[in-house]
Design a binder for this molecule. Structure first.
Ligand code: GLV
Length: 325
């Protein structure tokens, strides 16, 4: 008898076909959003689950379904899963690292460029019929080339962002839990390790790429924003909750920083409606990894992790390796 799995959200149909070769699959191609109660019911009798970052897999969900052996998340981040509870319950948890590094780094740059050069603000202005004549000071922005790029969280994606700055003659500063080996710093456009305070004070463009956890909650709040340069831009492609959105709204409104580019929000897909009133913020709906090949690669990666996990092998991207297959 094939193991039984749940796929919690709609996904590429070829990936469902691949999973169906190995498992009895309950899919959700209608893309319904399950409540916690529905998720608990759907998981009854399942051996594994293919999730996305939008389902919260809580200790309660796991406790109600102790037979589950693997939770395979189609995302590099896995803060939607209670990892300690999973480990205690002997459930393998996997993510999809590497396959999205370059696409996500591209998007961080897209947001940085758009925020610095006021791209979306310009388009709104033009569409609103305000372009009546050329003026020397229309929509002046900040330069990206030659500026100081700050990266908070220097993992694989942070390093990919840094490498792109070589062509823009940028100085790169970073802060991370630990300093990178010198060869990695050299490969990341000679990135220099600095304290968080120095990073905030010196960056012209600051990009956040750190994972969310209770320890990184509101890493950027009013005090941190107050240290930034008045002309600086802030980009968040990491997770909502890393930035205190209310504090950021105040800083953007009062022009204490110049602009922001945000792909993630506290409580998304709901987000603070005041962002919509600010011209100096570029808003995107959590799409940093959303290129066609990358989303496909992420889906296959999560599926392959699930196939390995339920066949008794160690999945390639296990994040709690203390749980044995
Ligand atoms: C996207 O946010 C991811 O974690 O993959």
């Amino acid at each position: 008898m094939k193991p039984k799995i749940l796929v919690t959200r709609a996904v590429f149909s070829e990936v469902i076909d691949l999973l169906a070769q190995h498992f009895e699959v309950e899919s959700n191609q209608a893309d319904q959003i399950y409540t916690e109660r529905e998720l608990i019911d759907k998981l009854r009798g399942k051996d594994g689950v293919f999730t996305t970052s939008s389902e919260r897999i809580s200790a309660e969900v796991m406790a109600a379904n102790v037979q589950i052996k693997a939770i395979c998340n189609m995302a590099v981040g896995f803060n939607n899963i209670d990892l300690d509870a999973a480990t205690r319950a002997g459930i393998m948890v996997t993510n999809t690292p590497e396959v999205l590094n370059q696409t996500t780094a591209d998007f961080a740059w897209a947001l940085m460029m758009a925020a610095a050069r006021r791209v979306t603000e310009s388009e709104h202005w033009l569409r609103a019929g305000q372009w009546q004549k050329w003026r020397f000071d229309t929509l002046l922005g900040a330069d990206v080339h030659g500026a100081t790029l700050g990266i908070l969280g220097m993992g694989r994606i942070g390093q990919a962002i840094a490498r792109r700055s070589l062509g823009f003659d940028m100085r790169v500063l970073y802060h991370n839990r630990s300093r990178l080996p010198v060869e990695k710093e050299a490969h990341a456009n000679n990135a220099t390790f600095v304290s968080k305070q120095e990073l905030l004070r010196s960056a012209d463009h600051l990009i956040l790429v750190l994972p969310y956890s209770p320890q990184t909650h509101h890493t950027i709040g009013a005090a941190e924003l107050a240290l930034m340069k008045p002309g600086a831009t802030l980009v968040n492609i990491a997770r909502g909750g890393i930035v205190d959105d209310v504090a950021l709204i105040a800083a953007l409104r009062e022009r204490r920083i110049a602009a922001a580019g945000l792909d993630v929000f506290e409580n998304e897909p709901c987000f603070h409606s005041d962002f919509l009133t600010l011209p100096n913020v570029v808003l995107t709906p959590h799409i940093a990894s959303a290129s066609e090949p990358t989303r496909r690669a992420m889906a296959y990666c999560a599926a392959e992790n699930l196939i390995a996990a339920l066949s008794g092998a160690q999945p390639q991207n296990i994040v709690n390796p203390e749980v044995k297959g």
